[in-house]
Design a protein around this ligand. Structure first.
Ligand SMILES: Nc1ncnc2c1ncn2[C@@H]1O[C@H](COP(=O)(O)OP(=O)(O)OP(=O)(O)O)[C@@H](O)[C@H]1O
Ligand SMILES: [Mg+2]
Length: 457
């Protein structure tokens, strides 16, 4: 099938520039300068790929016409891959466009080489999508891709994952530790056109700086002492699939530069090599630190953030997911029953109440660990709050050794107070201001409490 590309831009110079610039590519080109022409051409030529400038007449400063165009094209043929082109200061538009089903976005000014790479990938993915259209459609009907939860927060997340899965933009997944960032990345991969390709992970925080470049891009024999053979990097293994960069906030700055170049051009060199190697990879990244802050301090490059951070998924902490905690607990109980070959009947009512009341600083991972540990320890047929070690927000038990005759209300209060303060500090990563805000007390009160309970910060 002939590769047809429709270029929509109101600016005559840009149309000329693209016509000339893309003349070396095997595409059949058509052009449009406003929304009306664009939709007519879309209908007449059925292009597989479109580049769409969002700022179309009559008012090129706003993107109403551009979005209208995108929406109509998606409605007519959602297999077409639409690359949205927008000004650098309108990144919000880029995100919105991707959520509406755009294939990718391109920030002006137009760099022809980068645009060519993006267009080429769009054609490739279009083809891939045709090959396994049925399969992907099935996958998206299948449900939640292993993500358990019915809370509004999780439903929103799943909807967003489905919306951005079909595009090819990098996605930044943010969330506290244990919230399921990697699981979300796997779901995105499984629902994308790259599902049949690999998902390869790199933990950017786990490697010393001198090894990480080679981990990414590989190295040639003799590149450094100990490089006895040529080794392929993770980027190469991820060809036609997804590269998952965990803890991206930890990536050393010089690697950030190389990663950005790779994202723009999809070519790289092995360490110690001169040959440029071309691959086709979508990058997903995860972080549990606030990249915005890292950017202000210079630890994270702004230009890289504007490539990987335009589309973000925010994973809600478990304490904001309501009764999902119960669903998840039951899920883990079933999962580990098989593995531990131990049959338990379920949770006691009190245990369920405690599960819901706990603040889960370690999120789903903490829940899974607690359930698993409780299953091993539980003496009876039901898992109790004690088995889960979740009596923490309660007054100490009168049956506890060393407290015969019970605890006074004053003592109980004091113990509870201390635990709440410690908990809040843990969740705020030791940030006293944040912790006091979370507890709804002033900073001086917080300091009083720290002193009273001899809590170290
Ligand atoms: N909604 C969920 N449904 C089912 N399992 C979940 C869910 N969320 C997380 N899990 C499970 O909890 C564990 C932790 O999830 P995951 O590793 O994806 O979290 P993370 O955010 O990457 O954590 P970290 O910040 O520690 O790397 C995994 O075993 C994962 O399968
Ligand atoms: Mg993780």
């Amino acid at each position: 099938m002939k590769q047809k590309l429709l270029i929509v831009d109101d600016n005559e110079d840009i149309r000329q520039q693209l016509k000339w610039g893309l003349s070396s590519e095997p595409y059949e080109l058509s052009f449009a300068k406003n929304a009306e022409e664009a939709l007519a051409a879309f209908q007449a030529h059925s292009p597989q790929v479109v580049t769409l400038d969002l700022g179309l007449p009559p008012n090129t400063e706003d993107s109403t016409q551009g979005f209208h165009c995108l929406e109509s094209m998606r409605a007519r043929n959602n297999a077409a891959r639409i690359i949205v082109i927008t000004g650098f200061d309108s990144r919000d538009y880029a995100r919105r466009a991707v959520e509406m089903g755009a294939h990718d976005f391109f920030l002006k000014p137009i760099n022809l080489d980068e645009l060519k790479v993006m267009v080429r990938r769009a054609f490739q993915l279009h083809e891939l999508r045709q090959d396994n259209a049925d399969q992907s459609a099935q996958a998206s009907d299948a449900g939640q891709e292993g993500i358990i939860g019915r809370s509004p927060a999780i439903r929103d997340l799943l909807a967003q994952i489905r919306r951005v899965a079909q595009s090819d933009v990098p996605v930044l997944i943010q969330g506290e530790s244990g919230t399921g960032k990697e699981l979300a990345a796997r779901a995105l991969h499984a629902l994308s056109s790259r599902a049949r390709g690999p998902m390869v992970s790199i933990n950017c925080g786990a490697l010393p700086e001198n090894l990480i470049e080679s981990e990414f891009f590989g190295h040639e024999r003799g590149a450094f002492t100990g490089a006895v053979a040529t080794v392929q990097g993770k980027v190469e293994f991820a060809h036609r699939g997804v590269l998952f960069l965990d803890e991206i906030g930890e990536l050393p700055v010089n690697l950030q530069v190389k990663l950005l170049r790779f994202l723009q051009e999809q070519v790289f060199q092995r360490v110690g090599g001169r040959k440029s190697i071309q691959v086709d990879v979508r990058v997903l990244a995860a972080t549990n630190v606030d990249i915005q802050t890292a950017m202000k301090s210079g630890a994270f490059r702004e230009d890289l953030f504007y490539r990987i951070g335009v589309v973000t998924l925010k994973l809600p902490p478990l304490r904001q997911r309501g009764d999902d905690v119960v669903l998840l607990a039951e899920h883990f109980l079933a999962k580990h029953s098989r593995e531990l070959a131990k049959q338990l009947r379920g949770f006691t009512g009190e245990a369920l109440e405690r599960l819901k009341a706990h603040s889960w600083p370690g999120n789903v991972r903490e829940l899974e660990n607690r359930v698993r540990r409780a299953m091993v320890m539980a003496p009876g047929a039901f898992i109790t709050a004690e088995d889960l070690e979740l009596q923490s927000l309660e007054a100490p038990r009168t049956t506890e050794p060393g407290t015969p005759g019970g605890t006074t209300l004053k003592e109980a209060r004091s113990i509870l107070e201390k635990r709440l303060v410690e908990d809040a500090l843990k969740r705020s990563g030791g940030n006293i201001l944040k912790a006091s805000e979370a507890l709804g007390i002033s900073r001086p009160t917080m300091y009083d409490l720290l002193r009273k309970h001899s809590i170290e910060t």
